[in-house]
Design a binder for this molecule. Structure first.
Ligand code: C5P
Length: 336
C-alpha cells in the first residue's frame, strides 16, 4: 500500500473527507430547497442510498482482492454467508439506524426546527457516555467540558435566524402539547440510538480482522431490507400509484450519492478515528457550509447566535485535543 495511506494519514484523510462530504450535502440540500420540484418519497431515497452504498463497497472489496472476480465472490461468500453469526451482528446497528431515521422524521414534523436542532445535539453526550460504558474509554474532565461546549455551540450555530423562524412559524400549524411531547420523546430516543448504534459499530469494526468495506456491505444488506419494510408500511400506496423513483431529479440523485458516500466515510472515520472525533468533524462542517453559503452563495446571513456558537465549537475542538502537560520529575530527583 502507498505510504500516504498509513494509519495516521488514514485518520486525517477520512476526517477531511467527512467534513467535505457533510458540507457538500448541506449545500446541495439548501440548493434543492430553493427549486420547485415534484416531491420524492424520502423512505425510497434511504433505500436507494443504502443499496448504492452496498454496491460501492462491493467494488472496493473487488479492489482489495486484486480485481479478481473469483476471489471477490469467494471473499463475500466466506465473510457474509459463511459467518452468519458475524453477519447477523450488523442487524443491531442497521435496525437502530432505520428506527433513528424515522424517529427524526417524526420529531421534525412535531417540533419546531429550533427545539429539534438543539435537542438532537445531546447525541454528542450520549455518544461519549456509550464510549465510556461500552468501550471503556477514559474521558478527561476537560474533555467532558469540551463536549458540553460543543453540544451548546452546535445548538447555537443551527438556531434558526428570526427571519427563518418567522417564515416557519407562519407556515406551520401550532403544535399541541401532546405533539410536542411525542416529538421530544422521538428526538431523545434518536439521541440514544445514534450513540448506541455508532459505538456498537465502532466496537465491531475495531475488534476482528474483517475489512471495513465487508462490514459496510453487511450493514447495507440489512439497511436495504429494513428500509424496504419501512417503504412498505408507510408509502406502499404512493409507490404503487406513481412508482418508486417518483420525483427523482438530478439533485435528488446527487443527494442519494452523497449520502451513500457519507456512509462509507463515516465507517472509515469510526474505524481510523472514533465516534467522538466524528462529532467534532460534523460540527465543524456545519460552520464551513455556512461560510460557503455566506461568501459564495450569498444566501445566509449569520446572526450573533451563530458567531457565539461558532466560537464555542472551535474552542471546544481545541480543548478536546489539548493534552495537559504532566511535569516529569527526573528519576534521580525522585529518589532523593
Ligand atoms: O446522527 P448520526 O451521526 O447518528 O447519523 C449517522 C448516520 O450515518 C445514520 O443516518 C446512518 O444511517 C449513517 N451511517 C451509514 N453507514 C455507516 C454508519 C452510519 O450510512 N457505516
Amino acid at each position: 500500500m502507498h505510504p500516504i495511506f498509513n494509519q495516521n494519514n488514514r485518520k486525517l484523510i477520512s476526517l477531511i473527507a467527512l467534513i467535505l462530504q457533510t458540507t457538500s450535502i448541506v449545500l446541495v440540500l439548501r440548493y434543492s430547497r430553493t427549486r420547485k420540484a415534484e416531491p420524492y418519497i424520502s423512505s425510497t431515497a434511504i433505500v436507494a442510498s443504502e443499496f448504492l452504498k452496498g454496491l460501492i463497497c462491493i467494488i472496493l472489496v473487488w479492489f482489495e482482492t486484486d480485481c479478481s472476480l473469483n476471489r471477490l465472490i469467494k471473499k463475500l461468500h466466506d465473510e457474509i454467508y459463511g459467518k452468519p453469526h458475524e453477519t447477523l451482528k450488523l442487524t443491531i446497528p442497521s435496525g437502530l439506524y432505520a428506527i433513528q431515521n424515522n424517529l427524526l422524521f417524526i420529531a421534525l414534523s412535531y417540533l419546531n426546527a429550533a427545539t429539534y436542532q438543539v435537542t438532537y445535539q445531546l447525541k454528542i453526550l450520549t455518544t461519549a457516555l456509550c464510549c465510556v460504558f461500552m468501550l471503556g474509554k477514559k474521558i478527561e474532565k476537560h474533555q467532558w467540558i469540551s463536549l458540553c461546549m460543543l453540544a451548546i455551540g452546535v445548538a447555537f450555530v443551527t438556531w434558526p435566524s428570526s427571519d427563518e423562524g418567522n417564515k416557519r412559524l407562519s407556515t406551520q400549524t401550532p403544535k399541541s402539547w401532546l405533539q410536542q411531547f411525542i416529538g421530544l420523546g422521538a428526538v431523545l430516543m434518536a439521541t440514544l440510538t445514534s450513540g448506541f448504534a455508532g459505538v456498537y459499530f465502532e466496537k465491531i469494526l475495531k475488534t476482528g480482522p474483517t475489512s471495513v468495506w465487508v462490514r459496510n456491505i453487511q450493514l447495507a444488506i440489512f439497511g436495504t431490507i429494513f428500509g424496504l419494510v419501512i417503504v412498505y408500511i408507510f408509502d406502499y400506496k404512493a409507490v404503487m400509484e406513481k412508482g418508486f423513483f417518483q420525483g427523482y431529479s438530478t439533485v435528488v440523485w446527487i443527494v442519494i450519492f452523497l449520502q451513500a458516500i457519507g456512509g462509507l466515510i463515516i465507517a472509515a472515520v469510526i474505524k481510523y478515528a472514533d465516534n467522538i472525533i466524528k462529532g467534532f468533524a460534523t460540527s465543524l462542517s456545519i460552520i464551513l457550509s455556512s461560510a460557503v453559503s455566506y461568501f459564495i452563495l450569498n444566501d445566509f446571513i449569520p446572526s450573533l447566535f451563530f458567531f457565539i456558537g461558532a466560537m464555542l465549537v472551535i474552542t471546544a475542538t481545541f480543548l478536546y485535543g489539548w493534552e495537559r502537560k504532566v511535569k516529569l520529575i527526573p528519576l534521580n530527583d525522585q529518589k532523593r
